[in-house]
Design a protein around this ligand. Sequence first.
Ligand SMILES: Nc1ncnc2c1ncn2[C@@H]1O[C@H](COP(=O)(O)OP(=O)(O)O)[C@@H](O)[C@H]1O
Ligand SMILES: [Mg+2]
Length: 350
Amino acid sequence: MVSRPTTVGLVFGGCSGEHEVSIRSAATVLGGLRSGDNRQRYRVIPFYIDREGRWWGEDLADRVLATQKPIDQPDPVEARGFRGLPEGSETVQVWYPVLHGPNGEDGTVQGLFQLMRQPFVGAGVLGSAVSMDKLAMKAAFAGVGLSQVPYVGLHASDLHDSARRERVLERIEAELDYPCFVKPANLGSSVGISKVRNRHELEAGLDKAAQLDPRLVVEEGVSARELECAVLGRDQLRSSVVGEVRFDADWYDYTTKYTAGLSTTVIPAELPDGVAERVQKQSLEACAALGVIGMARVDFFYDNTSQQLWINEINTLPGFTSQSMYPMLWEASGVTLDQLVHKLVQSAGE
Ligand SMILES: Nc1ncnc2c1ncn2[C@@H]1O[C@H](COP(=O)(O)OP(=O)(O)O)[C@@H](O)[C@H]1O
Ligand SMILES: [Mg+2]
């Protein structure tokens, strides 16, 4: 018996600094959903969220996918944001968000699908929201005893009056050694992050991050390799082989991440015995601690000399371009792109 194809609503773009990466990820996911056995299994309707947060149906979404370029509509300011679902959405049976960063990876869109009582791919509201906010994420990791680099959390308002500002600067310098990394808690793709080496740079880094987010993190810098592990599943999560990101730069900043040729991936990472197993185990523990299901990429720092492993972060909608770590880790683990997107749709829940 031939069963009817399932209609998948692929949602991409989004009101986030990672809008353009999302367009590239969506093209890869769409390619996977339209190849091999998936051609019979799925009918895909793409939906595009523009940079103002407005949702558009298949015609415009197809154009964005074909050109791989955002479309900005000259609509009035009062029409910004979500104003209802576009035509075609009533036939969708499973939603597949391919949105990176705020307004998509953070539980907001997941909340919409939950309210609609329709299944969707990836983590739910809690796992998405906690994973997006570096302070909430670190607290949850600490709660289950996962090793992390030392850090101090603060609020942008701590920087406003000079006495409070001095107190918080002193606290950071007492608890952490330079160099430090100053980060806005809720962005991604290294946006707003500074590596700082002294008080002057620390203040500049904090003021810059505070323009982007009221919640801030300062971390002690480690000189370490960067390892990544992919997770997939629903009731029973699975972890992939472990990969390493290598780059010819001081740290993995935005330009290094998104300029072709500036970074390379090594899959599987060449590691001493037992390290990959530690990464895989801790990746699953991290997902359990944050309530993350469906899909995640968990990132670590690893120091060769001391063999120390620190969890860095979890991404619930990791980059999914053809060059991205998440699909490549699964490919190396024996799961091809079309099998991977099929498994992800199968793992969708309400
Ligand atoms: N504590 C740290 N020690 C060393 N490098 C760091 C540290 N924190 C961040 N980095 C560098 O900055 C990059 C981006 O930081 P990360 O916390 O992963 O932010 P994002 O969520 O934007 O990816 C990391 O991949 C790493 O190269
Ligand atoms: Mg990162």
